[in-house]
Design a binder for this molecule. Sequence first.
Ligand SMILES: [Zn+2]
Length: 316
Amino acid sequence: MKDKITVSISSIHGTKHFSFGKKTRHTFRVVSYAIFVGVLVTGGIIYYLVNEAEFSKLKVQELENRSSTLSKEITSLVALKGNLERDLAEREERMLLVSDRLDDLEKVLGMDTQEDEALESRLDTAAINSSMRVAMLTQIPNGAPVKNARISSGYGKRVHPITGKVKTHRGQDFAVNRGTPIYAPADGAIEVTRASNKGSGNFIRILHTYGFSSSYSHLSKFAVKRGDFVKKGDLIGYSGNTGLSSGPHLHYEVRFVGRSLDPKPFMDWSVDNFDSIFKNIRGIAWESLVEKIELRVSRQLQLSSQKAAPLSEKSK
Ligand SMILES: [Zn+2]
């Protein structure tokens, strides 16, 4: 009986007996182990696959997030690029406008410029040139000291209307009514105001910069006193008929370091014919004067080409 196992199953139909021998039991055990191992392995594989699927799902989620962030970044970069391109186009347009204006300015200033010259350097040259012109036209007599007046007698040799002698007329006469306002033709300081009944009559002399002076004779009234500073266009006095004069007029003189000059070229001198004075008034080292003024204004101007210079250069 030892080598046999009997299994009895009872039911209403009676009892059935199943007997298993030793060999059968061994087979049964092997099959049971095989099933157990199979279930374990399958379970492990399922566990592994489920884990892997979960991990992949997370990975996909992460990639989707990253992709969405990147696409947002791309959108904002594209927008930025658009803005920058518009900005650049605007700047280029402005640059062209500046360049065109500079061309015009250079034409007015009569400057020769190289095609390939940098804009900064051209601007500096134009700035120096125009500042030099402004300085000269502010400080050296130009334009008429009285408005819309007829010239009754010019500069040079003539027979004096009262004495009858041939003498150099050292100024220019304007036929003006008594009391006509007289304006300073340039900045300066009042050097002389002299009241007199003889010769030049009531007389004013303005001392200008760079060795120039201008004087006004036969005046009726002074509007300034000695030592006053005046700027171009300031009222200095009124014309009259005082001193040695045959009728109301203004005798106007321009001098350079004491030497009288023809006032006409100074009267005709303006921004429109700036170079005319250099040809029409000889005996003045204009080139040297222009050079000195240019040097001064270039120091005063905050020139763009010098802004880039190192600090050590600037502090010199
Ligand atoms: Zn005169």
